[in-house]
Structure formats: structure tokens, C-alpha cells
Design a protein around this ligand. Structure first.
Ligand SMILES: [Zn+2]
Length: 126
């Protein structure tokens, strides 16, 4: 694994970005959890026809939306944690595939990315 060419200040900057993103994700997943618990409760009560709105989204739609968000959140959280570990190991900012430095604008936009723009394009084209 190539060693990061980024300076301590730059690494610290990205560690900050990642920790903030991590807080956001944890917060989002906690409120998602609450929402899921509410949906679970409503489902447990069975169908209440009086309050049923045929135009509105059904509870199971809501449920799949929330569980979808939840697993996206978990996946991103894992990427964020892995990126923080790469900062610790000073491997951050290097492409996992070709070993070249990942462009700064790309890192600013997605600090947890593991591929440089060229390799990401190749991976998408596959
Ligand atoms: Zn690459």
C-alpha cells in the first residue's frame, strides 16, 4: 500500500470532515431507528381503516424506504470508518487500485473514496 503524500494538516482536515460526516450519519440513523420503531408499532396495531389514506404511501412503503436508508447509512459509516483508519495508517488519499494520489477535489467531495477518478470511471464502466 502506497504511503500518503498528504501533509499532516491536510490529513487532519480530512479527518475533521470524516468525523463530522460520521456524526451526521449516526444522528440520521438514530432518528431512522425511531421512525422504524413507530412504523413497527403501527404495523403491530393492524390496519386501522378509519385512518387509512389510500392516496398516501402505505406503511410497508415507508418501512422499505427507512430500511433502505438505514442500510445505506450503515454502508457509508463503514466507508467513513475505513477512511479514518487509512488516515491513521497514513494511507489516506491513495488510490486502492493503481496506487496514485487521488485528486484533491475528489477527496473534498468524497473523503472516503478509495479510488482515483480514472479507476472509479473504469470500475463504473465495467
Ligand atoms: Zn487509480
Amino acid at each position: 500500500m502506497a504511503t500518503s503524500r498528504l501533509s499532516d494538516t491536510t490529513l487532519e482536515h480530512f479527518a475533521d470532515l470524516l468525523r463530522k460526516r460520521r456524526d451526521e450519519l449516526v444522528e440520521m440513523m438514530r432518528s431512522n431507528d425511531d421512525a422504524l420503531a413507530q412504523v413497527r408499532e403501527s404495523l403491530g396495531e393492524g390496519t386501522n381503516d378509519d385512518e387509512h389514506d389510500p392516496e398516501g404511501p402505505t406503511m410497508s412503503d415507508e418501512w422499505s424506504k427507512l430500511t433502505g436508508l438505514q442500510s445505506e447509512g450503515e454502508a457509508e459509516l463503514r466507508e467513513v470508518d475505513a477512511a479514518l483508519a487509512r488516515i491513521e495508517a497514513r494511507e489516506f488519499g491513495m488510490c486502492e487500485s493503481c496506487g496514485n494520489a487521488i485528486g484533491r477535489p475528489r477527496l473534498e467531495a468524497r473523503p472516503y473514496t478509495t479510488l482515483c477518478i480514472d479507476c472509479a470511471r473504469k470500475a463504473e464502466a465495467r
